[in-house]
Design a protein around this ligand. Sequence first.
Ligand code: GDP
Ligand code: CA
Length: 307
Amino acid sequence: MRIAVLAGGVGGARFVQALAEVVPPSDVTVIANVGDDLEVHGLHVSPDLDTLLYTLAGLGDEERGWGRAEETWNALDTIERLGAETWFQLGDRDLGLHLVRTEALRRGEALSALTERVARAVGLEAGLLPATDDRLRTRIRTPAGEFEFQEWFVARGHRDRVDAVVYDGAAEAKPAPGVLEAIEAAELIAIAPSNPFVSIGPILAVGEIRAAVERRHERVVAVSPLIGGRAVKGPADRMLRRLAGGTSPRHVAGCYPGLIDALVVDEADADDLDSLGDVRPIVTRTLMSDADARRRLAETALGAVPA
Ligand code: GDP
Ligand code: CA
């Protein structure tokens, strides 16, 4: 069964890993958020692509959920000693990828081509595509001003209230090569339990991607990132309350209007399934606490596909 998955970083990677454990990984194509990308010390960093790459290749730090396992931080120590900014942490192993990527992009290679090259080099079997090769940046409007995504998320600890999320460049952005084909060829299109506003939102802000998903909405299943109305980690619950008016399944479904057929929700949210409209609820345990739990979630999501 061919599967296309829209995914952000940590929640996205855990779910894609689960899918790749229950179907042949080569049947899975990930369409990844690039709205979090940033320049750090002159290097192009793609946090969500990197989290997906490291997790799927078995190179990731499972505990932390991002970055490389057995990481060391010598470069960061030097950066700190030299008085430069260290709010965005880059490990030594991780830095190697950013060097290669930055050099490739400066040479004019597309982000998708570079990602494919890197994925092949680490033996990735699943397809990994950036949503777009064009510049698309998530910006966050708060009472304290407008911030680049990582400045708000990491440097300011996502404490500022979010008044609006802006996808800079989305109007002109084209899907990366392979993205529309993956959506069109998929028997199941999954939206990972990633943050709807800052992980999935930027992907769907690319008009041709949204239209392609909309055309195939009968095969789209989303997994809610909330358990008992709360995010497992991060600001998704606060953002839903503020930007969607609440944290029940219908508010999550409301982030994907006309785009999804089914929504996988946690048992803890099962008494709140009113007014989901024509979105079919699928109730299960959604915490990916270990390999068994995440596999069960993937199997449930796979079961959502119409015969
Ligand atoms: P980021 O790009 O690294 O911030 O990660 P994502 O946007 O892909 O994922 C963050 C979201 O994943 C958060 O809103 C979490 O609530 C959600 N999440 C993380 N682990 C789990 C899990 O085990 N189950 C569910 N349902 N959601 C999860
Ligand atoms: Ca992210």
